[in-house]
Design a protein around this ligand. Sequence first.
Ligand code: ADP
Length: 279
Amino acid sequence: NDVKDIESKKVKYNGSHPELAARLEKETLYTNPGFDYNDVAGLSDAKRILQETLGIGRPWRGVLMFGPPGTGKTLLAKDVATECGMTFMNISCSSLCGKSYGESERLTRCLFELARGDALTIIFIDDIDSLCKHETSRRIKSELLVHTDGLNNSNSTSGNISDTFDERRLEKRIYIPLPYFETCKELIRINLKPIEHKKAEGYSGDDLTNICRDASFSGMRRKIAGKTIDEIKNILKSEMLKIPMTMENFLETVDKIKPTVSSGDIQQHEKWYSEFGSS
Ligand code: ADP
């Protein structure tokens, strides 16, 4: 599906820089609506603002999402694109950093030409501040501004590309913070979903505590496998504690540790409860 979408985009490009378009396409990740759906935890205000901004249908709007990395900015944009039936073009800012003078502007322009090949597209540019040299990044941002409001807003200073880019001119500026406690819980729940397929039910609280404890040691076990006692002693305790547990470790542990309560036991308790229990 993804491949087909990319091919159809290639045909649609009829701008003046096919070679730049081809370069961008290679580095662009397209996702089809309805494809690759992920659950987003929290971020409901941010989601509403994005939906409203995109839903109104006026083209070429600029939205800035800022905040620490790994907090769901990409995921959220993808999610909203999917919901709105839009194509999602994910491109790293470094792909827009041209080598020669003026190339970055041409690449940026070309990116928008590519997106015009499809009526509904979100262009998601990652790491806008961190990957280019300051001057290149400034020029890319100025060009972006032209496409996100400059040319479509009659009151704007369109044409004056050399205007200093100011993030405040983007139509929406959404802060995506670290997750709050409730969102953390939701994140953990989402990530434990695969365990539902492994039949997490049937375990007692004690079993689940043991699974978590055992899984947390799995990284450590990997680290010490095949080592002698002396070698193990030399591994710093602080280093041991830093070894991450992966979802795979967790699922392996769920497989390994069986529920300690049998279904026969449960049936007996339930039978007794139905006869003599207090309600
Ligand atoms: P950012 O773009 O802010 O750097 P990403 O959206 O790429 O972060 O998040 C990286 C991964 O972390 C996601 O693919 C997802 O697995 C997980 N993640 C981060 N935030 C969330 C969230 N709010 N809900 C669900 N998953 C999240």
